[in-house]
Design a protein around this ligand. Structure first.
Ligand SMILES: [Fe+2]
Length: 269
């Protein structure tokens, strides 16, 4: 059986045209990543990807002009694109810009995608006006229903990590409903092959309550690993990255692709 491959992008933080984040334009990192991925993993490449998934913080601060810019950047890509929301997103502005993106019955940007690698479940952890992530009863009911009606492997996607990682500021703004998420997943834990998330702006790999989990630095900027409580230290000196996930015979491998030089150093702190 041929491997099933897909691309993981996260946290592009695209600003409106002419806008900046931490002194630079994160769209440059996204553009470089998309071009690299299209060259390596488009149709006919050595590892063609079936789709690309973005785990949230799509734009700088929910601006309609930023979503319009992102929509232009994502047009013409050689794969279907699946977009999740993060704390920097705005659900209404997103839906206005991407009206074809489905909503669940409660109006959340949640999607189930059956693939040869298993059932991909994409969650909406946005809590408007808050930095931390939320999975309310309605969103978890959607997840529970999708799990109950399915069998076989599951890949889970969400913006906010459900576990602390040792970076004080990021741990304060992680997923606040991790225990409720666990209660929903626990009966199906053996089926959860991998959890892909964003939000951290750091590449990590590990496990959460026995389930494999990974994230990426993303294409905008990096969060510093070593920082003290109360600090929120951002770096734009680390290279943007994306990942190629490769699933074969139920095994999941995540390759990180670094793009050194794709983002110029910040002009100002
Ligand atoms: Fe982010």
């Amino acid at each position: 059986m041929a491997p099933f491959c897909f691309l993981h992008f996260t946290d592009p933080h695209v600003p409106p045209p002419g806008g900046t984040v931490s002194g630079g334009d994160p769209a440059q990192g996204l553009a470089a990543a998309l071009a690299d991925a299209a060259r390596r993993h488009g149709p006919g490449g050595a590892s063609p990807a079936a789709f690309a998934v973005f785990t949230g913080d799509l734009v700088r601060d929910g601006e309609p002009a930023a979503y319009a810019r992102l929509r232009g950047m994502l047009g013409g890509l050689p794969w279907p694109v699946h977009l999740l929301l993060g704390n920097h997103d705005d659900r209404d502005a997103f839906s206005d810009a991407f009206p074809a993106e489905p909503l669940d019955d409660a109006g959340f940007v949640q999607k189930a995608l059956q693939t040869p690698a298993g059932l991909c479940l994409m969650l909406d952890t946005l809590a408007p006006g808050r930095l931390e992530g939320e999975l309310c009863a309605r969103r978890l009911a959607w997840l529970a229903a999708r799990l109950a009606e399915s069998a076989g492997p599951v890949l889970l996607f969400l913006h906010h990590p459900p576990l602390p990682v040792g970076i004080p500021f990021m741990d304060q703004i992680a997923l606040r409903d991790a225990d409720a998420l666990w209660a929903t997943l626990e009966p199906h834990r053996a089926r959860v092959r991998h959890i892909f998330h964003g939000h951290l702006h750091r590449p990590i790999a590990g496990s959460w309550r026995g389930m494999p989990i990974s994230s990426l630095r993303g294409t905008a900027f990096a969060v510093a690993l070593d920082q003290q409580p109360g600090e929120a230290v951002v770096s734009r000196t680390e290279a943007p990255c994306y990942a190629l996930a490769r699933v074969l015979d139920g095994d999941v491998v995540v390759h990180t692709v670094e793009l050194p030089g794709a983002n110029p150093p910040a002009a100002a702190p």
